[in-house]
Design a protein around this ligand. Sequence first.
Ligand code: ZN
Length: 149
Amino acid sequence: MKITPQCKMLLHPSVAKHMFTSLAACFPHEGCGLLAGSSPLATRYLPVRNISQNPRRSFEMDPRELVMALEAIGDAGLELFAFVHSHTKRSKNQVVPSALDLQYEKTLTLKSVHIIVSWVYLDLLRPIALGWHYPGTPIRLETAQHGSS
Ligand SMILES: [Zn+2]
């Protein structure tokens, strides 16, 4: 499976909607999943269960579901674009990776872009998303309008 960390990633509206609703459904826990597609368009969001002991403050992807999601991406001939997780606390550093995030990232054998989706405004139509490159350089992520329908 090809891994393509995307600095400029376009989200198909239906993918953005799937990602945001799936993450919102995890609230007040952090949600997580993978974005995949064919460069530069993300065409699939694959939710993965958060098995963190403290899911309100951190995430840890269920290793079994993570492997299954990666296999599904490979089987579909897609590229892994990014690891995604949500932040649910109201703070101005919502889209900054936490110390736990950076720790978790080091345990992953696959290195890719990480995207944080923030619910600081708890507004489903206007989530803030930001990505960062391993090992922690912030990047701006272009999120295409996902429409209001
Ligand atoms: Zn985090």
